[in-house]
Structure formats: C-alpha cells, structure tokens
Design a protein around this ligand. Structure first.
Ligand SMILES: [Zn+2]
Length: 315
C-alpha cells in the first residue's frame, strides 16, 4: 500500500521540528556544570573582606585616655613612716617627764686635784653585792651599781644599804635585753620602769644615768634616752671578770691598766670578783685614787651631763 503524500509530508515536518527544537533549546537542556565546584578550595579572585586590619606602623595602638594617670603623690608602704605622726604620745607619767640629770651633791671629801676612779658593778643586785659593800664600807669607799630592774624588789635591803653608804644605784634595764633590738615603746619601759623601781627603794631620788646591757646603743637608744632625760654610761676599763673568773687576774687587769678618771666595769655575780675587790680597793687607795661614784667622777670633768649622750669616763 502506498502512503499518501500528505501523511509523508507531515511526518517529515514533525521530524524536522523535533530536530530544530532540540537545537534551539526549547526543551530543557542539562545545566552546565559550574566552572569550579563549590567545595573545592581555590584562590579567591578578590581579597577576603576583613573586619579591620591595623596599619603595620600602628601596632599596639594605646588609647591614652584609658591608661590610669599616675597619682601625683603615690603612696606605697615604703613611703609610710613606721611611726605614724599621729601616734599618740607615749604614756609617761608627768613625774617621768624629762628632767636634767641629777648630779649628786654629797661629794664628801672629794679632792678634785687628786686622781679618782669609779668602780662599777653590773647585772645585780647580785649574789656578792653584800660582800662588796662590806669591803667598800671597811675602806670608806664608794662604788656604783648598775642594777637590773626585775631583780631589785627581791634585794631591797641590800640596795638600800648601798644607797645609805652613798653608793650610787643606777639602772641596767629591766630585763637585760639588747636595747638596740627593741621597739621604742619597750625601750622606754626598760629604762623608765627600772628608774621607777630604784626610786621606790631609795626614796624618790632620781636615777637619770643608766648603762645599756652589753654597752649596746644606737641612735634610737640615744634619742629615746634624751627624750626621757637619761644619760648613758659605759666604761673605759673592762676587767672581763665574768669571763676569767680568777681573782688574781681580775686584780691584775685593773692594776696593770688603771688611770685617773677611769670607769671600771665589774659584776657582782661571781666570788672571784668579790675576792679580787678585797684587794683592789685598798690597793687603789694606796695608789692615791679616790673611789667615787660615776656621777661624782663625771661631774668633776663635765659638770652637767647631757641626756642621750654616752660617757665612758672622765678626763
Ligand atoms: Zn650587763
């Protein structure tokens, strides 16, 4: 059977149209693949957008207004004085107010034209104070006792006997601590309480001279002493009796070196010292020395003593 030409023409036309549509994109064509897959790293074509990149020469920009301004007068611990200015005055009885050092006026029988020495005995009232007083009494001589305040009450009678013999009773601190290691408050107590204890026994006679334990002092000790009206007394001749504990050597330590106006350091704690004193006192008198108290000896060189100063002998 033969196709009709009309059908054949229509068929050809349909085929042609299909081909033409495919080429012209009338029908959806597959989407071309993206040039670069989204998940593939790649150099960006433009610099990334940064929120803020500081200029190289402007590193560490410092907002000056946020830096705390220095205080015009910075206060640090080091700038604060240990003793605040507003600290209350030390509690001192009006009776303890500074007074000029008292110089004994007895000076009985002292000839200033003749040599004199002052024997001193520290750390008592000691076990051998009475024996030493016996020797002094026997030779009508005087000495000075630098006593420890805390020991005074138990030896009132011996102390009073010495005082009645015109010996001098002075302080050697309350507890024999190194005064240079104490605070000012304790230092005042060491000096004042001992002075008070002496005055309580001797009937209110001011004892305004004292010897610091070990002879140790510094500016603070001197300043506090000056404030309290006390004068410091050390020595010019040390017997080292507490160390050598031998009567002959103690005796020789004085006889070999003694000179006029010496203040001689001994202790009334040891028997060899008391033994030596029994020979020392008559020997010194025989050599022409007057045995006087510290105050008497210094009075003849200096007259009035200066509070806070240290004296080691006369001239
Ligand atoms: Zn002592």
């Amino acid at each position: 059977m033969r196709m009709k030409p009309l059908y054949l023409a229509a068929l050809l036309l349909s085929i042609l149209m299909l081909v033409a549509c495919a080429g012209s994109g009338v029908f959806p064509a597959p989407q071309p693949a993206p040039a670069v897959p989204a998940d593939t790293p790649s150099e960006p074509s433009a610099p990334p957008v940064s929120p803020y990149v500081p200029p190289e020469n402007d590193a560490e920009p410092i907002p000056l207004y946020s830096v705390p301004a220095p205080s015009p007068t910075p206060e640090t611990e080091a700038d604060v004085e240990p003793e605040p200015v507003l600290e209350p005055e030390p509690e001192i009885d009006p009776e303890d107010a500074p007074e000029p050092p008292t110089i004994p006026t007895q000076n009985s029988g002292i000839d200033p034209s003749k040599p004199m020495v002052a024997l001193t005995f520290d750390d008592g009232p000691g076990k051998y104070m009475s024996r030493i007083l016996d020797t002094l009494e026997l030779h009508n001589a005087r000495a000075t006792f630098f006593t420890i305040g805390s020991l005074l009450d138990a030896q009132k009678d011996t102390v009073l006997r010495a005082f009645d013999m015109d010996c001098e009773i002075l302080g050697h601190s309350w507890s024999h601590r190194d005064l240079t290691k104490l605070g000012e408050k304790t230092l005042r107590e060491e000096i004042l309480n001992t002075g008070d204890a002496i005055e309580a026994i001797t009937g209110g006679v001011a004892a305004r001279l004292f010897r610091p334990p070990y002879g140790a002092y510094n500016n603070t000790v001197s300043n506090v002493s000056a404030e309290l009206g006390f004068t410091l007394i050390n020595w010019s001749l040390d017997t080292f009796d507490w160390k050598i504990k031998d009567a002959d050597r103690i005796y020789n330590s004085i006889m070999d070196r003694v000179k006029s106006n010496d203040i001689i350091l001994c202790h009334d704690l040891h028997a060899p010292t008391a033994d030596a004193v029994e020979r020392i006192i008559p020997s010194l008198i025989e050599m022409g020395y007057q045995l006087v108290t510290v105050s008497e000896l210094l009075f003849h060189t200096y007259g009035e003593l200066e509070a806070g100063q240290v004296y080691v002998g006369g001239k």
